[in-house]
Design a binder for this molecule. Structure first.
Ligand SMILES: N[C@@H](CCC(=O)N[C@@H](CS)C(=O)NCC(=O)O)C(=O)O
Length: 465
């Protein structure tokens, strides 16, 4: 009879008595029935079965590291990530959510006994087990070390390199080149470390491996083509070992490594950038001209405070945007949409329809969602006078984005400020007739995220408010 499961040592140190068991599995065999049984026994004995609900959005790599940890520990995690239960940018901004998770960010975790944890690493720690957290202070420190390397040395560079390829971040050649060098340096560090080791810390998979693997995922999928990654044999071997573990596969599914490095489409963006520059110049010239005119206009303007809000030049009207947004957030669409039509001031506000002009560039749906959220973030200063519902339709590699916007005034709002011009030219804009039945139907379906949408499949909606 041989005891070869490591779990036994850990548990006997905690006062467990074992009946004899003729397990002959290898030390690190995850599937050893005894090991699994002890794991659960341990959790129940100490009352620390860390089950709960994870709020996130689909495809969030920060959630992956938590879900993989839960696969290893056997902790039950219910994921809430799909509309209508969770909609990024909406659910996480509600009063109810913010009461539990004041930063309004995901992933966020609510334990079954009502405790709330935010920050993905903290959640992964909570749902993990001893093996993942490390069993000695030095292992625990080393696990933290690699988690920090993943967060601080890989993620920022990975986003700088990959996001512009998907059009969800501004491209900057210098920054991208620096990011590539930084990634090379970390891959080399890992490669060297893994030349004599199977995993990052100790002999078994820990949270260090899980977190590092998830941080590298989008690099391995989109930009680390064979010619780039071939020099990092040990890192590649370690990465392949991990993504083929059943616990990883259950969360990540099958992952295909990059064959050809995704590229930033310089031509298309150059055109866009040039146009943007011209627009910026025009806004600057107009501003300068206006300032000169103002200087000539000596009297009362001399004392008038400078206007900071580009919408200020339009009449105030009688549509209370804040009031409508509050109503829309707190009531169901069945009430808030009629409320919109009852209060909407057609004289002083306008309604617009937009469509993303480059659907062929849209790949993963979660990235397209980030594209919409990014645009909303960059338009922050427009919020006081504008409202929008923008929807992503379709599926991975076959999707479209369109939306309905409402703002003060009757002209296209974005040229009003140099700060609002990063994204709008990637969309076509059509002003709608606020009196027509067709517009009413379109607005109703976009505000409610319900309707036939010309047969397009709703994936996710985002509200600018
Ligand atoms: N350090 C945090 C970062 C969380 C984070 O930035 N989450 C983003 C999505 S990946 C978010 O919720 N953004 C929504 C917002 O900022 O409104 C973690 O690791 O959990």
């Amino acid at each position: 009879m041989s005891w070869t499961c490591r779990g036994r040592e850990a548990l006997s140190a905690r006062g467990f008595l074992f009946s004899r068991h003729n397990c002959t599995c290898a030390t690190a065999n995850r599937n050893c029935v005894l090991r699994r049984c002890l794991q659960y026994h341990f959790l129940f004995r100490f009352g620390v079965m860390a089950s709960g609900t994870l709020y996130t959005y689909p495809g969030n790599f920060r959630a992956y590291k938590i879900l993989i940890a839960a696969e290893f520990s056997g902790v039950k995690v219910k994921t809430v990530s799909e509309a209508p239960a969770f909609v990024l940018g909406q659910t996480n901004k509600t009063e109810e959510f913010l009461k539990k998770f004041p930063l309004g960010k995901v992933p966020a975790f609510e334990t079954t006994d009502g405790r709330n944890v935010f920050e993905s690493n903290a959640i992964a720690y909570y749902v993990g087990n001893e093996q993942l957290r490390g069993t000695s202070p030095i292992d625990q420190a080393l696990i933290q070390q690699w988690i920090n390397v993943a967060d601080n040395e890989i993620l920022p560079s990975s986003c700088t390199w990959v996001f512009p390829c998907f059009g969800i971040m501004q491209y900057n050649k210098q920054a991208t080149d620096r990011a590539k060098d930084d990634i090379k340096r970390v891959l080399a560090l890992l490669n060297n470390h893994l030349s004599t080791r199977t995993y990052l810390v100790g002999e078994r998979i820990t949270q260090a491996d899980i977190t590092m693997c998830c941080a590298l995922l989008q690099l391995y999928e989109y930009v680390l083509e064979p010619a780039f990654r071939d020099q990092f044999v040990n890192t590649n071997r370690w990465f392949a070992t991990l993504i083929n573990q059943p616990e990883f596969k259950k969360v990540l599914g099958e992952r295909k490594l990059c064959e050809k490095m995704a590229q930033f489409d310089e031509k298309k963006n150059e055109k866009g950038d040039k146009k943007k520059e011209e627009k910026k110049e025009k806004v600057k010239d107009d501003k300068k001209k206006k300032e000169e005119e103002d200087l000539n206009d000596v009297d009362e303007l001399e004392l008038a405070p400078k206007s900071k809000d580009p919408f200020e030049k339009f009449p105030k009207g009688n549509f209370d945007m804040d009031d409508f947004k509050r109503f829309y957030s707190n009531e169901s669409e069945k009430d808030s949409i009629p409320y919109f039509w009852q209060k909407f001031d057609k004289e002083n506000y306008s309604i617009w329809f937009c469509e993303y002009k480059y659907p062929e560039d849209l790949t993963k749906t979660y990235m397209s969602c980030n594209l919409i959220s990014g645009m909303f973030q960059r338009l922050d200063k427009m919020r006081k006078n504008a409202f929008a519902s923008v929807i992503l339709f379709g599926e991975d590699n076959n999707s479209t984005i369109s939306g309905v916007w409402v703002w003060k005034g009757h002209e296209l709002a974005f040229p009003l400020s140099a700060d609002w011009q990063v994204d709008y030219e990637s969309y076509s804009w059509k002003k709608l007739d606020a009196n027509s039945d067709e517009t009413k139907k379109l607005v109703d379906s976009y505000f409610a995220w319900a309707g036939d949408f010309g047969g397009k499949k709703f994936v996710e909606g985002k509200i600018f408010k």
